[in-house]
Write a new protein. Structure first.
Lengths: 253, 336
């Protein structure tokens, strides 16, 4: 479903020279699978998620990224979204004056329009929203508040997963979704994520800690270090990392 | 009145809004106007062009009254005064919308407002440029109010301005009684060929006033905005609590903004602050919205809207609030 081959990328910060962050990354995530990417801070985890979602300022200098066989890198961010790519942000933006539900409906309709589909009807939307909110234990009044404005870190993550349940993407990237969540919230969020596991969907779970993977069981675990995948394995690799730390793995590569 | 009687960029208070230059090609309109008196040029023009409107003197003695002034046909001036009697709460709505057939219209208004002790006035100005034939590109909109406030009086003002060839909204508030409350808010939007000037001055002559000023704007290529805000706190105006904020988004290259926030304080026990920012849209927020599927233009409009509506005051009623949002949306939807 998602194939990355020998990807190289650089980031140009507004106030500095370009830096090479991704240095020859290859990864294949087939439909139906959940892959975890683990790595120390600064290994390029968030950069990878931004490149896949198409953020401005993240320049791919080599290699290829294909999504369902299509050149992902040639698409605008909104085109990627309409094709079913969803990034759950580590730091979601706050949008004053736009209630959560109003925003999600606008996003849903924008995606449908790009795909040439009809707009969602009000009753259909409400039904979906109620189900998603109940699943994630989000109070209804929160959905009428401006998107992420004044929300705690945990609430923002929950609202990210709410949006994911509503938009029902085909490929999900969860960027440090566990940060800011206590254990109860983590379980609720993981339940929401797991609902979207399906043979025609896939997921990339980016995390620093193994904890999230207790609740979202990955099929494969990859260790990212210095802009490359230095080791891949089954779910046990995450446990081994937790025990012995990243240094031992990175050194052994 | 002659062209030379109008203020130009050589006058400090008009340095970024050169009225003389803006109307130099239509000086014939000045022939009917009398000389500029102590009330200034806007008053003189408003008086001369106020046929059918003024001078008027309105006395508001009952609470809940809403006075509505419409300026739609050029040339429509208004020169008058309003007194809000002690303890009375009233509303004043001014709608300035150029929709008549007159080419190059002038719309000058000058209002003296007196708010007596314990009285309260909400003043709302809507100025738009929804036009079929481009008159707003040529309109000259001048709106000046001089407000005097008594003990415990409240003055709340909101301006929504879309600009014109030349537009200036000037408010001078003089706090002449203890414990007054002043709230000045504005949203302005300037697209190409539009000039929007928001000038205000709050003079504190008595103690204990609370002042909040929030002005937000968005400017497109070829548009120009001016913000001049001044708080003057005299020596006896202790315990004055005043905050001024002007924040503007420059949406495109070639947008211009000129801002001068000023505090002049002679009292020693006061809390006064001002903030002024001019920036661009947050690229992270744009990316966030695009990641959810919104087109780039939609994302930009949504963030601009979200920025502007924060200046709509809490006291605005639902209906007017919706109207303001609709106008913002319509401005954002109209590609310059």
């Amino acid at each position: 479903m998602l194939e990355l081959s020998d990807l190289h990328a650089r980031v140009t910060p507004e106030d500095g020279p370009p830096r090479d962050i991704i240095k020859g990354l290859s990864l294949d995530v087939p439909a139906g699978e959940v892959h975890a990417i683990m790595g120390p801070n600064g290994s390029g985890k968030s950069t990878l998620s931004y490149i896949l979602a198409g953020k401005h300022g993240y320049e791919v200098t080599g290699g290829a990224a294909r999504f369902d066989g299509e050149d992902l890198l040639a698409l605008e961010p909104e085109e990627r979204a309409a094709r079913g790519l969803f990034l759950s942000f580590q730091y979601p933006s706050e949008i004053a004056g736009v209630p959560v539900m109003t925003f999600v409906r606008a996003a849903m309709n924008a995606q449908r329009k790009t795909r040439g589909e009809a707009e969602v009807s009000a009753p259909e939307f409400l039904k979906l929203s109620r189900a998603a909110a109940a699943k994630l234990r989000i109070p209804e009044d929160m959905l009428r508040r401006p998107l992420n404005v004044g929300f705690s870190g945990g609430e923002k993550k929950r609202i990210e997963i709410y949006q994911m349940l509503m938009l029902r993407p085909r490929f999900m990237i969860l960027d440090e979704t566990d940060s800011g969540l206590d254990i109860d919230a983590l379980k609720v969020v993981a339940e929401g994520v797991n609902e979207l596991r399906a043979p025609d969907r896939a997921m990339l779970v980016i995390t620093h800690y193994q904890r999230l993977l207790d609740y979202i069981r990955p099929d494969r675990v990859h260790v990212l270090s210095g802009g490359r995948i230095v080791r891949s394995g089954g779910p046990d690799l995450a446990l081994a990392l937790e025990k012995s730390g990243y240094d031992s793995i990175a050194d052994g590569a | 009145m002659r062209l030379e009687d109008l203020p130009s960029r050589r006058h400090e208070a008009w340095k970024w809004s050169d009225l003389r230059a803006a109307v130099s090609d239509r000086a014939e309109m000045l022939n009917g106007a009398g000389p500029v008196g102590p009330e200034g040029p806007v008053a003189a023009l408003a008086q001369a062009m106020g046929d059918g409107y003024g001078p008027v003197a309105v006395d508001i003695a009952a609470s809940g009254d809403t006075l509505e002034n419409r300026f739609t046909e050029g040339d429509a001036g208004s020169y008058g005064s309003i007194t809000v009697r002690s303890g009375v709460t009233a509303n004043l709505i001014e709608r300035i919308s150029v929709s008549g057939s007159r080419l190059r219209p002038w719309l000058p208004a000058y209002t003296r407002i007196e708010i007596e002790p314990g009285a309260s006035l909400r003043r709302i100005i809507f100025q738009d440029n929804r036009l079929s034939n481009g008159q707003a590109d040529e309109a000259v909109v001048l709106n000046e109010a001089v407000v005097r406030m008594g003990h415990g009086a409240t003055y709340q003002q909101f301006v929504l301005a879309e600009g014109a060839r030349f537009s200036r909204f000037e408010t001078s508030v003089s706090v002449e009684g203890e414990g007054a409350v002043v709230q000045l808010a504005a949203v302005y939007m300037a697209s190409a060929k539009r000039h929007v000037d928001l000038t205000s001055r709050v003079s504190h002559l008595e103690p204990g006033a609370t002042v909040r000023q929030v002005v937000k704007g968005a400017v497109r290529r070829g548009g120009r905005s001016v913000f001049q805000g001044k708080f003057l706190v005299s020596k006896q105006a202790q315990k004055t609590d005043a905050e001024m904020a002007h924040n503007v988004l420059l949406l495109e290259e070639g947008a211009e903004v000129f801002a001068k926030p000023e505090l002049e304080i002679y009292a020693d026990d006061v809390a006064c602050a001002h903030g002024n920012t001019a920036g661009q849209l947050d690229e992270n927020a744009i990316f966030y919205l695009r990641q959810r599927g919104l087109q780039e233009a939609e994302a930009r409009a949504m963030i601009t809207r979200s920025f502007l509506i924060e200046a709509i005051p809490d006291w605005m009623g639902r209906e007017l609030h919706d109207e303001i949002e609709r106008r913002i949306d319509s401005w954002l939807g109209a590609r310059a």
